[in-house]
Design a protein around this ligand. Sequence first.
Ligand code: ZN
Length: 631
Amino acid sequence: MQRKQNIIPLSNVKINGGFLADIQNLIASEVLPYQWAALNDEIPDAQPSHSIHNLEIAAGRSTGEFYGEVFQDSDLAKWLEAACYCMIIKPDDALQQKIDFAVELIADAQMDDGYLNTYFSVMAPEKRWTDLQECHEMYCVGHFMEAAVAHYQATGSHRMLDIMERAFDQMASVIGPEEGKIHGYPGHPEIELALMRMYEVTGKEKYAAYADYLMDVRGKQPFFYDEEQQTRGYIKYPENIPFGRKYTQSHMPVVDQVEAAGHAVRALYLFSGVLDAAAHYDHSDLLHTMNAVYEDITTKKMFITGGVGSTHVGEAFTSAYDLPNALTYNETCASIALGMFSDRLCRLYGQAKYADVLERVLYNGIISSMSMDGKRFFYVNPLQVNPAIQNNNPDYNHVKTERQQWFGCACCPPNVARYYMSVGDKLYTSCEDTLFVNLYAQSEVCWDSNKLALHTNYPADGNIRIACECAKPCKVCLRIPDWCENYTLSGTADALSESGYLEVELLEGTHTFELHLEMKPKRIWSNTLVSADAGRVALQYGPIVYCIESADNGDRIDELCILHDSDINIIENGFAWGLPELEVNGVREHLSGPLYCAKPPTQVPVKLRLVPYFAWGNRGKGEMSVWIRER
Ligand SMILES: [Zn+2]
């Protein structure tokens, strides 16, 4: 199937100011060095990583035991991918040296036959490929492949691609559809989307064909994992048994998975890869399923922040409209994976509605995971926090009320780094002479011999000056976000295309025009089937979701109500990367003394101050809530 939009490579996009540039600068200057230190176990008092040391042991450069999770290799792989994107947009000699060191370390850690996974090569080489369900070998190969793609894009070198081709060939010699091979598939999907990326940069059909095989074989009966367990004779993670087959999306063939179920990150990585492979092979039934499951997620199972995965039990999707603000899991990686699924759908179908979800996760549910100094991270992203209660109730053990230095299972922090360092290739897409502007940021882009520059403070405001230098006639399609009710283009309100873009035909020459997206704070209500939000309202400004915190409003924030008829005022010069704070009239309801009482609470007028959700928890420990009671 022909994609409506194609990726514009990072080398052709320059983000040169504003919110996203601030985040990229932070990642380049602080996050990547910090994470490199973490991967080298150099952060005092942080949970150890051992990711690099495991590779050094496997490479014969060091001695000792493997330490950490079976997927510990993937932490370095994601860091390497992020670092390579950084080299494209902000070249740096010291970073290049670390990249070179990492690539040669991976090469040395690779076994003679091409196999690459330090858990097995150090601990139990005889057990390679015996536990596809639980042991993440394919998942790690997938992340190394994504790093290889980024390394090639950054350097033009085939070194890392060659390493991963050897790893692929070894894997495909053991697992595959042919007789005599293991007819298996990964318990943690990821490699599917990585294979499609390998195909896209190398043009080698074997990668796409293998992704096609993996999605075809998944969930068919007899169930592969049952057979595998029987052959193996043991279960490595018995604690995962209660989660059932849905945990690994192996409960039914992928084509039947029209409702999102099981582990949210696994599901969304799978769907992203399936979408790419199904589009490549024009599997219309699978494409139909991917559309259905996306609809299921984004209209019934997604938090206003773009968080997904409502329960920590199996880190999973639950039923429609079950969106518990305090208890939720909302793993950072799940929002990242939802962003990946969304931008792939956007490119395939050319519909602005997918970029609406991409924007939601980009400015809310992903960036919330990182502290504003780039050195602390959330794994779980709740929408409501009360440390006094949550720190003393084991039901909330998965929810940290303060960001952490590092994690024993550290999938999220380097994932955030690679996501924002590659956001440039999500702002714009193209199709021949047409440029699609999917996300707005101060930036420049080159496509098809033409140049376009956006001058804007977005998302701090909705004014965007667009300057085009067209070497030949072209079309520019400007996405009108779902939150924007009124817009003008150089003073006129042109009609939207059916796909949600404003289309501007340009002749050869230089052009400037102004897009004004009316951005004003607004109340958002949830569907009344969401019981967790009943009687509550959230405030949003442009794409940014806001919250109240103790730091501005004192403790006992659940006593606070927003008055339904209050104006919402914008307070400039907030602490959150140039974004304003909001102020609204409310009341504090208070009832103390007995636990239950026949008298209603007292009401005291107050002004409520709100900050962007992503910035919560940067000013000490306290309570936070996105959804606020309304009076
Ligand atoms: Zn994660």
